[in-house]
Design a protein around this ligand. Structure first.
Ligand code: CTP
Length: 405
């Protein structure tokens, strides 16, 4: 997904030796289809020629408040941009930005910009570690500027350490990720999802199972990854083929195995979504050999015992920071029953599946849900693809997360 196509980007270049890398960076942005305008400080022009950058960016380079008899409107530039990136940012420019000093066009645009501002510092090791630079960086972060950390390596001075401006490819990745808004909302979060059926063995060839396909869990996992999260998908026997970076699939067969895996991974999860159709009961005894029918046998009984409730177990383990979501399928008094389950199992909200719609439920690619919250509030949705349903569920999770903070 190219999130930079058509984005209006101002690149501010200041006087560090890393300024030469700006040429590569502009080329990368242009290749991605971004619209790039370059602003240079006077000192930057001693490191790289404005002609190189105007040629690569296909736009005139701005170096002063007035270029010839033309006035550069810093307010207009600040409003035009979708992003302002200062790369390389010298210690001097950082200090000015942190203190509102505005003695050149770049600082004027910075103060006028309403768009996100990215800073990629580039300087020598000792300048970077100096307490004044570090204090300025902290101040700039507190103003919601986004820091693209310098990298470690050999510096122009010959010293080895941190201070080198991030490589243009890495700055580009940072920017692309930022614009992938969907992607970022769950960045850094681990989401545990149980999905699919469980099979409870009767003997080596037979089992008790259900029609759950695991499709809703797969859709949820894909959407979590699209929002930047990591998924641990505990999946019962399902025909689905899931091989996607960001999704660790833990295949299990029985409810007891699902419980073990869920307990093992829950502590590391920020969010857990219980989408599995867990068999409520399992055969008390599992025959080691295939059960043979006896002559004249007309009936057969299998004694069942209750399976543990995985969701309720996690509900008991849950900390205040964790979010736990359940599913319910009800035929009578759906909201009242769903609310009862929500309270019993410690869910933050519950996803009520509809039985009324033809395209909803097991094995379909569509679903129709109602969300039931703790305060008895409900939110109904239309019949949608399971991928779109997953987005609705994740939107609600993000809302609940915000309210918890
Ligand atoms: N669930 C679970 N472990 C179980 C049974 C259910 O984790 N042993 C989870 C499901 O994944 C779902 C929620 O609990 O998120 C509700 O499941 P459901 O089977 O509808 O609830 P039960 O409490 O079993 O109620 P009943 O079968 O009586 O409707």
């Amino acid at each position: 997904m190219n999130t930079l196509a058509g984005k209006k980007i101002i690149l501010g270049i200041t006087g560090s030796i890393a300024a030469y890398k700006a040429a590569f960076f502009v080329r990368l942005l242009i290749k991605k289809g971004a619209d790039v305008k370059v602003i240079m400080t006077q000192s930057a022009t001693t490191f790289i020629s404005p002609l190189t950058l105007s040629t690569l960016s296909k736009n005139p380079v701005i170096t002063g408040i007035a270029d010839g008899d033309e006035w550069s409107n810093h307010v207009e530039l600040g409003l035009w941009a979708d992003a302002l990136i200062i790369a390389p940012a010298t210690a001097n420019t950082l200090a000015k930005m942190a203190n509102g000093i505005c003695d050149n066009i770049l600082n004027a645009v910075y103060l006028s910009a309403r768009c996100p501002v990215f800073i990629a510092p580039g300087m020598d090791l000792d300048m970077w570690t100096h307490p004044s630079t570090q204090a300025n960086i902290q101040k700039l972060i507190s103003f919601n500027n986004l820091l693209i950390e310098p990298e470690s390596g050999e510096l122009a001075s010959g010293l080895i350490g941190k201070g080198r401006m991030a490589e243009p490819e890495n700055i580009l990745t940072f920017l692309s990720n930022f614009f992938r808004k969907e992607h970022l909302s769950l960045a850094g979060k681990t989401v545990l999802i149980t999905a699919g059926p469980t099979y409870e063995p009767i003997d080596p060839v037979r089992f008790i199972g259900n029609h759950s396909s695991g499709k809703m869990g797969k859709a949820l996992a894909a959407k979590v990854v699209a929002r930047g999260g990591q998924v641990k998908l505990i999946l019962g026997p399902s025909k689905l083929n899931i091989a996607q970076p960001g999704i660790e699939v833990i295949r299990i067969t029985t409810a007891l195995e699902m419980l073990d895996a869920a307990k093992k991974h829950f502590a590391q999860a920020d969010i857990a979504i219980m989408a599995a159709a867990v068999a409520d009961f399992r055969p008390k005894n599992v025959a080691t050999e295939k059960i043979k029918k006896k002559a004249n046998q007309d009936e057969m009984n299998i004694e069942l015992v209750k399976n543990p409730d995985i969701a309720a177990t996690l509900g008991n383990m849950k900390t205040n920071k964790q979010i736990l979501i359940g599913f319910a399928l009800e035929t009578e008094q759906p909201v009242a029953n769903a609310t009862r389950k929500l309270n019993k199992k410690g869910f933050d909200f519950i996803v009520l599946n509809s039985l009324k719609d033809k395209g909803a439920g097991f094995n379909h690619d569509t679903n129709r849900i109602t969300l039931v919250f703790k305060d008895n509030k409900t939110q109904e949705f239309q019949l949608k693809s399971k991928l779109d349903v997953a987005d609705d569920i994740l939107d609600a999770i993000e809302q609940v997360t915000k309210e918890k903070k």
